[in-house]
Design a protein around this ligand. Structure first.
Ligand code: FAD
Length: 436
């Protein structure tokens, strides 16, 4: 059976190089990443997924599943790219505080469905990101200080295993696979649906305040002060921005799970900083969560690098501010901690995240900016060497990095054992495979 013959056994579309629509269908969200795959399959249903995996197993091919391509690494040469976008149902069971989502659903769909019910899932900053890839990799978002990794809010996975068999995976039915799927990435099975815990949102206050460059030090001082003893309901992120063609700026992004009066008291320090260019703070409907940072929704050519920081103090801020932002466009620091740092014996492969801050360096990946952007990112990381822990959350790995940078050696060895037991023929391949 050739790839072409797949068309006769699948309901969904099969696109081969040269077919109309292939180039578009095989694109990563990050336009710097090329995906020279052998075929793209758009599964119409779970039997399609099973049929594809059985075909790959029989013919020695490998399947890379990718709902949106936000996490594409480019490590897909000659593979079959499985698109799950059509499996995008969202069913909220409000009384149980659970949402069941198909593998192709995006966070925007969950937030739109749960927000009016006063509930939320543990979304990140960009609602266009896929629920499945984000959650399989751990998923660190606005509410993680309060409720931990998104992966630890999974109640059940529906999967198709590496033999093509559908199964339901819970803590009781298959504890080992359930552990691996909660943070270990997409190497172990094709997920077809997930059931996630939802959390109450009495009220959500948040927004972004923007200041001109000359206020940068004061804004960093406020960030250090607020994050030093912030309650778990409050998340604050700082951005030093140098957008192409624009003036340098500094911003604070924030979200508080609770009443406005509590939030404004906690954030009063910010009001003492003058000259704000804009201030979008106010009550945020859950469906508008992505509006806080307003990250790009359309595909972009980006070069990112993230590092976990073991601490952040005045000396680290001196180092950060000693040099200009350019040629990167954003130096971001997200406050972590809270529930992410709590030991949890029931946690999945994401484990515990003790580092209190996440540094993100975002650049534009055009031919004339790429080398300088990589060099600048390396320079910032070298300057902060004594603060950089050396590992990073799986979801923020970037092309050229590996799963070994996200896990302790014990966790990686356990994930590798599970991979070898569940998929010895390497029928399935994650964007950052645990076997390297
Ligand atoms: C603009 C932007 C903002 C982001 N913000 C955050 C954030 O706030 N917090 C955070 O933690 N991360 C964030 N990320 C990173 C993001 O979580 C990862 O890139 C994640 O992998 C994206 O998942 P996806 O399904 O959309 O992407 P895809 O690239 O489509 O999938 C990523 C990987 O997930 C696995 N996978 C996906 N679906 C399946 C499936 N059905 N079965 C098996 N494996 C599967 C595969 O290994 C796949 O390669 C952000 C990324 C971007 C580009």
């Amino acid at each position: 059976m050739t790839i072409n013959d797949l068309r006769s056994v699948l309901t969904g579309r099969v696109l081969l190089p040269g077919d109309e629509g292939f180039d578009q269908a095989s694109k990563a969200w990050n336009l710097t990443v090329s995906q020279p795959v052998a075929a793209v399959v758009e599964a119409a249903d779970v039997p399609d997924v099973s049929a594809l995996v059985r075909y790959a197993r029989r013919t020695g091919r490998t399947v890379a599943t990718q709902p949106t391509g936000h996490g594409a690494s480019g490590d897909v040469d000659g593979l079959i790219l499985l698109r799950t976008g059509l499996l995008n149902e969202v069913e909220v069971r409000a009384e149980e505080r659970v949402v069941r989502v198909g593998a192709g659903a995006k966070w925007a769909q969950i937030l739109a469905a749960t927000g009016p019910l006063g509930l939320t899932g543990l979304a990140g900053s960009a609602p266009g990101v896929g629920v499945t890839g984000y959650t399989l990799g751990g998923g660190v978002g606005w509410f993680s200080r309060k409720y931990g990794f998104a992966s630890d809010s999974v109640r059940a996975f529906d999967i198709v295993d590496a033999e093509g068999e559908p199964a339901r995976v819970t803590a009781e039915s298959d504890p080992e696979l359930f552990w691996a799927l909660r943070g270990g990435g997409g190497d172990f099975a094709v997920v077809t649906a997930l059931e996630l815990d939802l959390y109450p949102v009495p009220s959500l206050y948040g927004g972004r305040v923007v200041w001109p460059e000359h206020r940068t030090r004061e804004v960093y001082d406020a960030f250090l002060e607020i994050t030093a003893d912030a309650p778990r309901e409050l998340s604050v992120w700082i951005n030093r921005l140098q957008l192409p063609g624009g003036p340098p700026m500094v911003t604070l992004d924030m979200a508080y799970l609770g009443e406005t009066a509590e939030a404004t008291a906690l954030l009063a320090r910010i009001d003492k900083i003058g000259d704000a260019l804009s201030d979008s703070r106010g009550i945020v409907p859950i469906a508008d969560l992505g509006g806080i940072t307003a990250e790009p929704t359309d595909p972009v050519p980006s070069i990112t690098r993230a590092e976990l920081l073991t601490s952040l103090d005045d000396d680290a801020v001196d180092l950060l501010l000693a040099k200009p932002v350019a040629p990167v466009i954003n130096v971001q620091i997200r406050h972590l901690g809270g529930a992410l740092a709590d030991p949890d014996p029931a946690a999945g492969a994401s484990g515990v995240l003790p580092e209190p801050y996440l540094l993100g360096l975002v650049g534009v990946g055009l031919p004339h900016t790429t080398d300088a952007t990589h060099a600048k990112q390396a320079d910032v990381v070298a300057d902060l060497e004594s603060y950089v822990s050396g590992r990073k959350p799986y979801t923020v790995l970037a092309p050229g990095e590996s799963a070994a940078q996200a896990f302790s050696s014990i966790t990686l060895a356990r994930l590798q054992q599970i991979k070898q037991a569940r998929d010895p023929r390497n029928v399935l391949r994650a964007n950052y495979p645990v076997l390297g």
